[in-house]
Design a protein around this ligand. Structure first.
Ligand code: NAP
Length: 253
């Protein structure tokens, strides 16, 4: 990815992986548009990044699950093209599928599928017209083994990213699904999951996930699996009988 007067838009930039994308894109010289619901946290991130990197940082306070919030981000993307779009905002659900209120499942489907699809649709014309762009969709290793509705939505993200990377490569636009394993963020605490049974070696830090994701996006890869240990795990899971991979995937969410 080029350094210069270009802009990157990051959803879910107040915390975890999205906050780290904002940091590392600023380090690379991108101006930023940061999107999340919590106005106070967004403004804090904005002033930290401006004082550290002296770059333009806009914020859009928006709930991407509200029509008006999603439209405000789509309008920003259509009005002034960005060079990088990071579709990252997301959350998990705690209850088993049959016990989770269906309205929550709808919201979960929307944040992980409908929202990134619409933001890609809004960003692509500008990127294609400029002949350059990177779209990074934060998926998960859960995409590679059946694991409830979370695994299913993340599979959609990987499949759609693979297709779009192939389709728009000739236009200078690359689309990468970044697929982390367990990452130390607010994700699990927000959904109220107990994760004491997850061994320490399975946890990644956002810094590594984002550095490897950006490097793979720069190489034009469709899929990025951060860390050697998760590359090895996913490689092995493709060879193992599906009963074993399903038992392993039953951990966490
Ligand atoms: N942590 C993991 O182990 C892990 C592993 C694989 C993949 N992922 C994926 O990584 C992505 C980021 O998660 P994270 O781990 O960094 O979690 P996180 O620390 O909880 O951050 C989630 C971000 O999304 C924003 N957000 C949530 N709902 C939103 C909405 N309706 N509208 C706008 N913004 C919203 C939150 O900001 P506000 O609350 O301010 O709106 C926050 O900035 C997700 O797509 C997740 O599925 C996480």
């Amino acid at each position: 990815m080029a350094r210069g007067d270009e802009t990157a838009l990051v959803t879910g930039a107040t915390s975890g992986i999205g906050r780290e994308f904002a940091e590392q894109l600023a380090q690379r010289g991108y101006g930023l548009v940061l999107v999340a619901r919590d106005a106070e946290r967004l403004e804090r991130v904005q002033s930290e990044l401006i004082s550290r990197y002296a770059l333009p940082v806009e914020v859009i306070v928006a709930d991407l699950l509200e029509a008006s919030g999603l439209e405000s981000v789509e309008q920003r993307l259509a009005a002034r093209p960005v060079r990088v779009l990071v579709n990252n905002a997301g959350f998990g659900l705690k209850e088993p599928f049959e016990a989770q209120p269906i309205e929550q499942e709808d919201r979960h489907l929307d944040i992980h599928v409908r929202v990134p699809m619409r933001l890609m649709h809004a960003a692509l014309p500008g990127m294609v017209a400029q002949g350059a762009g990177n779209i990074i969709n934060v998926a998960s290793v859960a995409a590679f083994t059946p694991r409830g509705s979370y695994g299913a939505v993340k599979s959609w993200v990987v499949s759609f990213s693979r297709w779009a990377n192939n389709r728009y490569r000739a236009n200078g636009v690359h689309v990468t699904a970044v697929c982390p394993g367990f990452v130390h963020t607010e994700f699990h605490q927000r959904l109220g999951a107990g994760l004491d049974d997850i061994p320490e070696w399975m946890w990644l830090e956002p810094g590594q996930v984002v550095a490897e994701g950006l490097a793979d996006a720069g190489r034009g890869r469709s899929v990025s699996i951060p860390s050697l240990r998760y590359k090895a795990l996913i490689g092995l899971s493709r060879l193992a009988p599906s009963a074993i991979t399903q038992r392993a995937a039953a951990r966490g969410r």
